[in-house]
Design a protein around this ligand. Structure first.
Ligand code: AHR
Length: 495
């Protein structure tokens, strides 16, 4: 067992943890949107509200999910929003295309359906628009349709389709991965195209926030340099980060697990590096946030070709406790980077990739990653605090500790500490201090016998949080025994 000391610094405040850092991503890919969120003709006949699975809807109301990006991904640069409005039986049938998948798409899940779903779940919508096969006019029309309060042909159409009031969608992405699937642009060509889109969009609605497509360092530098005389056109710079373990989703080797954790932890450096590029290029002239609008583990098993006996659709993977701990590592980095990271979306919300919810026919279950988001809920909107952790280094890493932690203080003056024990073979005896004047009122633990434990249709609650005991230490603070491969949340209020 390792002895670990954690010191929370309530007076050293990093910044506000925006709810937008806890966002999710719903793409028309595999069984994420159709079948996972929204029933299609071949879906199991399950209870639903306006076509959305009731079980999934209810689970997402409790996750939390403050932000939801839609409809892509690569799908966005083929998507024409007009196809998804009006009477469903009159909507055109198109090719639904993303990531090599080409499927029949009846457009029954469109703008009104998606925005209704956001309203129900409390998610802020983030719409990703089409640059690859679209036009500035098409995107301007979408913004006008959604946001204008004036009486125009497009807003009359919105009203006729059931939405009297404007939706007021704030966040708009101008294309997706336009360095690749979104049109294979060069950085400068995309920058010029972006500038044209953004200029015209600002005329339609000057209050929207625009997300430009970023990529690697040379792309990001060229984009920002090309926009240097028009910096008012950009609010967020989108980057994506997926990582693989060396083995597969259920590879039991320690090395694979530790590498996976290390890869997850490097997400923080990736955000920092992107923020540094923005700072160097723009200085004080414009505040542009890093929008990590796709992130998560992408196991080798999650691919277009899949074995239907093993998984329900393309891009699906088993989502283990190990994956959930990796997600928790990433979320801790988000807190430390909350001054420069403006939004983030785990990819994807149901079934596809690092999903917090999975379905099979009529069955639905929450993955361990779902529970990590729940255990992190108290941090959302709170002030991130500095935390010092004295613990050994992870075997394969020169930076990542075996025990890591973040803390925050909410508006009611409650302190929340989340702690990870990444050891695969040792528990940790943790003392946490910096809690003077406060008393513990809730402590929850997420763990299982194996880091590869996961939930499934047959065992939906194999990995769920349970209460954990912490005792007051005679030296002040609290003592807790954290089992191997576990995460815990401690909540303290004023005495
Ligand atoms: O999330 C799956 C795909 O990954 C998205 O469509 C694309 O943006 C990224 O490459």
């Amino acid at each position: 067992m390792e002895d670990v000391r954690i010191t929370i610094k309530p007076d050293v405040r990093i910044g506000t943890i925006s709810p937008r850092l806890y966002g999710h991503f719903a793409e028309h890919l595999g069984r994420c949107c159709y079948d996972g969120l929204f029933l299609k003709p071949t879906s199991a006949p399950v209870p639903n509200q306006k076509g959305f699975r009731t079980d999934v809807l209810e689970a997402l109301k409790n996750m939390p999910m403050p932000l939801l990006r839609w409809p892509g991904g690569c799908y966005a640069d083929h998507y024409h929003w007009r196809d998804g409005i009006g009477p469903k039986d009159q909507r055109p049938r198109r090719l639904g295309m993303s990531c090599g998948e080409v499927v029949e798409d009846d457009n029954s899940l469109g703008t009104h359906e998606f925005l209704w779903f956001c309203e129900q779940t409390g998610a802020e919508p983030y719409l990703a628009a089409n640059v690859g096969t679209g036009s500035p006019q098409e995107m301007c029309d979408w913004v006008e349709y959604c946001n204008s309060a004036l009486d125009t042909t497009l807003t009359r159409l919105r009203r006729a389709n059931g939405a009297e009031k404007p939706f007021g969608v704030k966040l708009w992405g101008v294309g997706n991965e336009n360095w690749g699937c979104g049109g294979n642009f060069d950085a400068r060509d995309y920058a010029l195209e972006y500038r044209r889109y953004a200029t015209m969009l600002r005329h339609v609605d000057p209050h929207i926030e625009l997300v430009a497509c970023g990529f690697d360092e040379p792309w990001n530098r060229t984009l920002l340099q090309t926009l240097r005389h028009h910096l008012d056109t950009i609010d967020h710079l989108s980057v994506h980060r997926y990582w693989h373990g060396e083995g597969g989703e259920l590879d039991p080797s320690e090395k694979v697990s530790y590498r996976l954790f290390t890869e997850a932890s490097l997400t923080e450096a990736f955000v920092q590096q992107t923020a540094d590029i923005i700072r160097v290029e723009l200085g004080e002239r414009r505040r542009v946030g890093v929008a990590l609008d796709e992130w998560g583990i992408w196991h080798p098993e999650a691919r277009l070709q899949f074995d239907p006996d093993k998984r329900g659709g393309p891009y699906e993977q088993v989502s283990t406790l190990r994956d959930a701990l990796a997600a928790a590592i990433v979320l801790e980095g988000f807190h430390r980077q909350c001054r420069v990271l403006s939004l983030a979306n785990l990819a994807q919300v149901v079934n596809v990739l690092h999903a917090p919810i999975q379905t099979r026919g009529a069955a639905m279950w929450r993955t361990p990653t779902y529970h990590v988001f729940q255990l992190h809920a108290p941090h959302i909107g709170a002030t991130a605090l500095e935390v010092e952790v004295h613990a050994s280094l992870l075997p394969v890493s020169e930076e990542l500790r075996c025990v890591t932690a973040t803390a925050s203080l909410d508006k009611e003056d409650n302190l929340t500490l989340t702690v990870l024990n990444l050891h695969l073979d040792q528990s940790a005896s943790v003392h946490f201090g910096g809690t003077e004047g406060r008393v513990l009122f809730d402590a929850q633990l997420l763990t299982a016998d194996s880091p590869l434990a996961h939930n499934s249709a047959e065992k939906p609650d194999a990995v769920v949080p349970q209460p954990i005991k912490a005792t007051e230490s005679t030296q002040g603070g609290y003592l807790v025994n954290l089992p191997k491969h576990s995460m815990a949340t401690f909540r303290l209020k004023r005495r």
